[in-house]
Write a protein that binds this ligand. Structure first.
Ligand SMILES: CC(C)(COP(=O)(O)OP(=O)(O)OC[C@H]1O[C@@H](n2cnc3c(N)ncnc32)[C@H](O)[C@@H]1OP(=O)(O)O)[C@@H](O)C(=O)NCCC(=O)NCCS
Length: 389
């Protein structure tokens, strides 16, 4: 590789973006054809979370951060040939910096995804050069003396499918294990049905998201304050919950279903109880599992009630799993920590093979904070599938 010939660019031309998807579809198309995958990426690229920077209310409320939000596409070119590419989905985050009692602020969370070098160009250092340029690009924005505070506290995240590859760029792994429920019928009988259902819930509809996300938001903020109190010298951060990320997941589920050979059933995306405790999910058609994106349990109810509601929420998740002919249910331990829910832990340990519990995640979470902080001084809250992209 002669570095002088290479150009790292932000690309905005839809044709060029399409080329990167036609390339990286080789890795990520899952059950779709390349054409459908390219179209899926185009559609997702037009969704609310990807176009956050264009939403009027966001521009008004966050004038300094808004221009940096949404999806961005980058390519490394050798002449006119794209030899490596990647994307970032930039979202609003919350953070508390060390010593700032009670002060929750907004920052930019830059999630890197879609890092891809076509096979014929691999092993030549292209991805390495591109990620170096990408991080340098954002570091320069962050280190600009005129940068607003939320940009100065910019945090990178990513979900590595290539182990510790990103360590050399300053990323620190924060792996979260995954649990899979494969014995769905036995789980239904021995766990879910071991309680009296409240029967006051319903499957989540589009119009429900804003009120549910508001509750999640309050919970995220409460937890950040708790974490800060317990770790006053740490930098604590989280991605902010957002209706549009759930809509992005939903669009993804629906698009894939429409384009694969699978029973075309109507989909539901979550279940909410009378007290607004809720569970949101994503259909992972490729791995035939229903993936739990978010669990929210009303904080004002007792631990016993929470356990019962969790059973009822899982009952409805299983209903969806069966209705959509999926086979398993998956959840990340940080979203539903087995240690916290002993009934659930007991049952899944009884039912499942060891390999289904605390399994290595195919998406290894990693983060790269501002160099002001040492990695052991950083706490990433809500490091779960919902932050993934
Ligand atoms: C990972 C990938 C982007 C690397 O592209 P590249 O241009 O060949 O990267 P570089 O030449 O800079 O680096 C090659 C390095 O990647 C490492 N690598 C490639 N695949 C890997 C894997 N599955 N696990 C761990 N490391 C891997 C190689 O071992 C090599 O390591 P070295 O630098 O220590 O020798 C490319 O292999 C690819 O597109 N893979 C498929 C898509 C993918 O998995 N992307 C990552 C998503 S998080």
């Amino acid at each position: 590789m002669t570095v002088q010939d290479l150009r790292f660019e932000k690309i905005t031309d839809p044709k060029e973006i399409k080329v990167t998807h036609a390339q990286n579809g080789a890795n990520w198309k899952g059950p779709l054809s390349i054409e459908s995958y390219v179209e899926r990426e185009r559609v997702l690229g037009q969704s609310g979370i990807a176009k956050k920077n264009e939403i009027n209310e966001i521009c008004k409320e966050f004038p300094e951060l808004a221009p940096m939000l949404g999806i961005r596409y980058y390519a490394l070119k050798d002449g006119n040939t794209i030899v490596s590419s990647c994307e970032t989905l930039n979202r609003l985050g919350y953070f508390i910096s060390p010593g700032e009692a009670q002060n929750i602020e907004y920052n930019l969370v830059v999630c890197i995804g879609g890092v891809f070098t076509p096979e014929e160009y691999r092993g030549k250092g292209y991805a390495r050069y591109m990620i170096e340029k990408l991080t340098e690009h954002y570091d320069n924005i962050r280190d600009d003396p005129k940068a607003p505070r939320g940009i100065k506290q910019l945090t990178f995240t990513l979900y590595s499918e290539v182990g510790e590859y990103y360590k050399k760029f300053g990323f620190e792994s924060k792996h979260v294990p995954v649990h899979t429920i494969t014995q769905v019928d036995a789980f239904l009988k021995n766990y879910c049905e071991q309680t009296v259902f409240k029967d006051n819930g319903k499957f989540v509809e589009d119009s429900d998201y804003d009120s549910l996300v508001l509750l999640e938001d309050q919970e995220f903020r409460r937890n950040l304050l708790k974490l800060h109190k317990a770790n006053p010298n740490a930098f604590v951060f989280t991605v902010k919950p957002d209706t549009d990320i759930y809509k992005w997941f939903n669009l993804r589920s629906s698009f894939i279903l429409k384009n694969i050979n699978h029973p075309q059933v109507p989909l539901t995306f979550g279940y909410s109880m009378g007290d607004k405790s809720h569970m949101l999910w994503h259909h992972n058609w490729g791995s035939e599992s229903l993936l739990i994106l978010k669990l929210y349990l009303n904080p004002s109810i007792s631990f016993q009630e929470k356990n019962n509601i969790l059973k009822e929420l899982f009952f409805n998740a299983i209903k969806e799993t069966k209705a959509t002919k999926l086979k398993h249910i998956e959840f990340w331990d940080e979203e539903i920590p087995l240690e916290k829910f002993t009934d659930l832990s007991q049952i899944v340990h009884d039912l499942e093979d060891r390999s289904a519990l605390y399994a290595q995640n195919g998406s290894l979470s990693a983060m790269r904070p501002s160099p002001t902080y040492k990695s052991e001084e950083i706490i990433w809250d809500n490091n779960t599938k919902f932050s993934w992209f």
